[in-house]
Design a protein around this ligand. Structure first.
Ligand code: PLP
Length: 633
């Protein structure tokens, strides 16, 4: 049966998780559509251009136009809801800097968001220095989350003195007296917000950010105490914002509705207490449909951006009308939904961890009887008898391995037995899958039999949440998508760590244990893209095994219609000396040490002058080179 590019779109779930930004073209190449329109970047066609520019693989491809599109989508959704529900307040979304602190990301985000009134959220002093330096609209807000010391508070107050709307969000009760004291010392009226602990919580992986036992936020009693303290200090007019955050990546809209209703009620009751609060900040949590299933599974979301905005606007208004209080200006802190789509990692598959599979094995006439028996099992296996024959094969293997332990079987015969078992296992599995019900033993067998493809990247540097939290990211070959993939494989990275393997893949109905990939052709490169990694992953890498930041390119499409693809910038990733420095090593001292060893080896006649030069040159090259594998050399 033929396999078309539409089959590939279905197989890899591209229409689901791609959200209109990804597709497959008639050449069978994965394309990115930054505007969700006709203009598309052919990723496979990009590869030679990247090589021309001397970008090294793995390479991160950033699409700033996707960031612009995400900002527009969220603001348009809120503004549409505000109009539809005749909400008498405005929307002032902020981008949480911690989601991706890089200038390359913040620049296009702020450029797109500032005209719409977008602000920024900081979670630390360093992030606040970034937020304060950015040109935002006068009515845009800067939200200061995270625990605070006097210096953090002073910095925020300087921002207020400069005329910016910088809100100090109280995360724990002790911050109230701190803010009162520092503000009095500085002679600046602070803009204060309070984060509350809702009963409501999100769901999925980040569920514990909400609920009564959350790390941040005031209890109801602490909230009342904070109000009383501000009143006593004559600063109740400074309490302007109420904030809650029930967790990132909330897959179920129901949880959002519950949280918004509860938060809006607290807002209304505070107004009734005489607090002049006029902002309600609903935090982050707007999801990303990583598996494209559009469900309440943790890697997905069962709602759209518009539905999210509608629910926030509608339920806040409904509560305010019921409580007869004015509606607040709405703030949301969506980070993941803004940043996730805009970049992907392109990496080359460098081979397989174990040799490719045999199609047929010849068993010599004088081979061990056990081996001949395995061959007979293989030849005689049918759909009807596959289970029984598989059990027989397992028994024969045990006997053969027992013989090996006693010294009666050669290493070559043992190798033959192992290869025969793989062949028999695959055939049995093929038959097992033809039945409606696949017994557990064959499910386990399938896990053992999948191929292990080695890809030139580090899980710990490029998708740390895949390792730390089992988070799913879509992975797709960028070419041969008009060809049926014939191999089921997991993706091993190049770190010396068994955890550096991706063995969970997105699927519409389930999570797949292996990914359908193409058989590798010797001498021909095979590329895969790891998508939707622009939120958190891009900045949380941990240099495991000293694999550093990857080279990155910024790609845009310009012009009308199909447009032309442009590589606007190449940002070089870390070389070995960069990462060595981070960990306190001095590359020059290391070279000196090698030089000393080389001189001694020459003196002791273990090295000639020319080989000594080679040793030194090789060492220097390693120190100055990219930290990833140089494939195709
Ligand atoms: N606001 C706060 C207080 C957070 O802790 C987070 C992250 O968990 C966010 C906003 C961003 O959330 P998200 O990326 O899910 O939009």
């Amino acid at each position: 049966m033929s396999f078309t590019t539409r089959d590939a779109v279905r197989l890899y779930g591209i229409d689901g998780w791609g959200a209109g930004y990804f597709d497959v073209n008639s050449k069978g190449h994965l394309v990115v559509k930054p505007h969700r329109g006709e203009a598309a970047v052919d990723l496979m066609a990009l590869v030679p251009k990247l090589k021309e520019k001397e970008a090294r693989f793995p390479v991160l491809v950033r699409f700033p136009q996707i960031l612009e599109s995400r900002v527009a989508e969220i603001f348009e959704a809120f503004n549409k809801s505000i109009e539809e529900y005749a909400y008498a307040g405005a929307y002032r979304g902020v981008f949480p800097i911690k989601v991706n602190q890089q200038k390359e990301v913040l620049d296009p985000l702020v450029a797109a968001g500032a005209p719409l009134g977008m602000g920024l959220e900081a979670g630390s002093k360093a992030e606040l220095t970034i937020a304060l330096s950015r040109e935002l609209r006068d009515d845009a807000v800067i939200i200061c989350n995270g625990y605070k010391d006097a210096a953090y508070v002073r910095l925020a107050l300087q921002g207020v003195a400069l005329g910016r709307k910088v809100f100090l969000i109280v995360e724990k009760a002790q911050e109230i007296p701190l803010i009162i004291r520092v503000a009095e010392e500085a002679g600046v009226r602070p803009m204060v917000g309070v984060r509350i602990r809702l009963r409501a919580r999100g769901s999925g992986k980040w569920e514990k950010s909400g609920g009564a036992e959350a790390k941040f936020g005031l209890t109801t009693q602490e909230l009342i105490d904070a109000v009383d303290q501000l009143k006593r200090a004559g600063m109740i007019d400074c309490l302007r914002l109420l904030h809650f955050h029930v967790g990132s990546q909330i897959p179920e809209i129901k949880r959002i509705k519950i949280a918004v209703k509860e938060g809006a009620r607290v807002y209304a009751k505070l107004r009734a207490e005489g607090c002049p609060i006029d902002y309600l900040d609903v935090g982050g949590g707007l999801g990303v449909d990583y598996d494209g299933s559009n469900t309440s599974y943790e890697a997905s979301m069962n709602y759209s951006v518009q539905e999210y905005a509608n629910d926030v606007v509608y339920f806040v208004k409904e509560t305010c009308v019921a409580e007869n209080v004015p509606v607040p200006t709405l703030v949301s802190e969506s980070g993941r939904a803004l940043a996730a789509y805009h970049c992907l990692l392109l990496c080359e598959v460098s081979g397989q961890a174990t040799q490719g599979d045999d199609d047929e094995i010849m068993v010599p006439a004088d081979a061990h009887d056990g081996l001949k028996g395995l061959h007979e099992i293989y030849a005689g296996m049918t759909r009807k008898n596959h289970r029984e024959y598989w059990h027989d094969a397992e028994e024969k293997r045990e006997v053969l391995m027992g013989h090996f332990d006693l010294g009666y079987l050669s290493l070559r015969d043992r190798a033959l037995a192992e290869r025969m078992m793989t062949l028999i296992g695959r055939r049995a599995l093929q038959f097992a899958k033809e039945d409606r019900f696949v017994p557990e033993e064959f499910e386990q067998l399938e896990k053992r039999l999948v191929s292990k493809y080695i890809a030139n990247f580090s899980v710990f540097q490029s998708i740390p949440d895949s390792w730390a939290l089992d988070q799913l990211f879509p992975i797709v070959p960028i070419h041969r998508l008009d060809e049926r993939p014939s191999v089921h494989a997991t993706l091993c990275d190049v770190t010396c760590d068994s955890d550096g393997e991706v063995d969970r893949f997105v699927d519409l109905r389930d999570v797949k244990d292996s990914l359908e990939l193409h058989a590798l052709t010797p001498g021909k490169p095979y590329y895969v893209a790891i998508g939707l990694i622009g939120a958190y992953q891009d900045v949380m890498g941990d240099y495991h095994n000293l694999f550093g930041r990857v080279d990155e390119v910024h790609v845009t499409v310009k012009g009308k219609g199909k447009g032309t693809t442009r590589i606007d910038a190449l940002v070089k990733g870390d070389n070995a000396d960069d990462v060595l420095k981070i960990f306190g090593h001095d590359a020059e001292q290391m070279v000196d040490a090698i030089e000393k060893m080389v001189r001694r080896a020459m003196k002791e006649k273990r090295l000639t002058r020319s080989s000594a030069n080679d040793v030194l040159a090789e060492y220097r090259e390693a120190i100055e080179g990219y930290t990833y594998l140089g494939l195709g050399e």
